[in-house]
Write a protein that binds this ligand. Structure first.
Ligand SMILES: NC(=O)c1ccc[n+]([C@@H]2O[C@H](COP(=O)([O-])OP(=O)(O)OC[C@H]3O[C@@H](n4cnc5c(N)ncnc54)[C@H](O)[C@@H]3O)[C@@H](O)[C@H]2O)c1
Length: 344
């Protein structure tokens, strides 16, 4: 059986046999980073409270890694356990865990964003310093920029998040960088600002997952606003490569954009998904929501200079892989449902 993992493309090679911690291992991006590290012969301790998704999605995300003897899962909340025992002997921590999602960060759920994104990052950096971890690679976000000016944003542009989520991501990356600058004996830090990540196992609340589900099911997709908002869509394998490149880069405290430099409108990506699936995505329109940037667009020249990163997967290729993976999952669920009905 072939697995749709990020490692199916050429990724940066690392020296095998290291002990590495990945937080958020039961999530979309963490599960891909982990699979690649295991494929490269590293021992991975994965930490996740496994509450970010419904149980069946958590299990699906964990499955590709659970069969490896090199993998250990710690099902705990980062903000609620002593992290030193998990970090003992670890070379690198990939800090991927966070409470994601722009819309739900407004209102009553905000305290869980501050706990998972800010408090957990502070505790993680303190424990990493006490445990002798060499490098922490932090998953940050293009949401720190807010409404982009015309053209691509660089790491030197002033951050101005448009949502409480974006504020917590900015706080998290800056906390980690402050620890790196002010604790000389502690780990060095690379914070990677991802631009709209997609690919197999993408979160169900994200645009491309929803578009594919609409094309496959025929249920309408609700475009928020006019659909002309543009995103820099980055395939998850390129995110994995950037993480591996950041692992050994010769830097102390660095923040880098990880995107493609190419933007596509929501309407154009809906058309592309329809074209790949072979059925158009039925669209309906509703009012735009607070906190959504009009455009996200990465200038990735600093990532190229510092870690040698360049995107390798274009949108049509990446979408085709996600459509294939979603179609397989759907077929599995439908056959399980129909054999359940027959058994009754
Ligand atoms: N997906 C994107 O397009 C995107 C874009 C920019 C940045 N990011 C960042 O990348 C990272 C991963 O995103 P994702 O899309 O894979 O999200 P995800 O929700 O699929 O994965 C996050 C995982 O972290 C876990 N988690 C959250 N809080 C935790 C805590 N306190 N203790 C233990 N586990 C905890 C969740 O259970 C979940 O499994 C996040 O930091 C996110 O902010 C993602």
């Amino acid at each position: 059986m072939t697995r749709a993992t990020a490692s199916s493309v050429d990724v940066s090679k690392t020296t095998p046999g290291k002990r590495i911690v990945v937080t958020g291992v039961a999530g979309f991006i963490g599960s891909h980073i982990t699979r690649t590290l295991l494929d490269q012969g590293h021992h991975v301790v994965g930490i996740d409270h496994c509450q970010g998704h419904p149980t069946e999605i958590t299990e699906r995300n964990l499955r590709p890694n659970m069969d490896s003897e090199l993998f250990t899962l710690v099902r705990r909340d980062l903000a609620d356990i002593p992290l030193e025992p998990q970090f003992e002997g670890a070379d690198t921590v990939f800090h991927v865990a966070a409470r994601p999602g722009v819309r739900s960060s407004w209102g009553a759920e905000f305290p869980s964003y501050t706990t998972s994104n800010i408090v957990a990052t502070h505790l993680l950096m303190e424990a990493a310093a006490r445990s002798g971890v060499r490098r922490v690679v932090v998953s940050s976000s293009s949401s720190v920029y807010g409404g982009a000016p015309d053209g691509a944003v660089t790491e030197g542009d002033l951050p101005a998040p448009l949502s409480p989520y974006g504020v917590t991501k900015l706080a998290a990356e800056q906390l980690a960088l402050a620890h790196a600058r002010c604790t000389p004996s502690g780990p060095t830090v690379v914070a990677l600002r991802y631009f709209t990540v997609y690919g197999p196992r993408q979160r169900g609340d994200m645009l491309i997952s929803k578009l594919i589900e609409s094309a496959l099911s025929g249920r309408p997709f609700t475009v928020l606003g006019d659909g002309k908002q543009r995103r820099d869509f980055t395939f998850v394998a390129d995110i994995v490569r950037a993480n591996l490149m950041a692992m050994d880069a010769d830097v102390e405290a660095e923040v880098l954009n990880i995107g493609t430099g190419v933007t596509t409108s929501v309407l154009d990506v809906a058309n592309l998904v329809g074209d790949i699936v072979g059925r158009p995505v039925p669209l309906e329109f509703a009012q735009a929501q607070a906190g959504e940037a009009r455009e996200t667009h990465a200038d990735v020249s600093r990532a190229k200079d510092v870690i040698g990163y360049q995107p390798t997967i274009d949108l049509r290729t990446g979408l085709t892989r996600q459509v294939e993976s979603a179609s397989r999952s759907r077929a599995t669920i439908m056959s399980a449902t129909s054999s359940g009905r027959q058994a009754r």
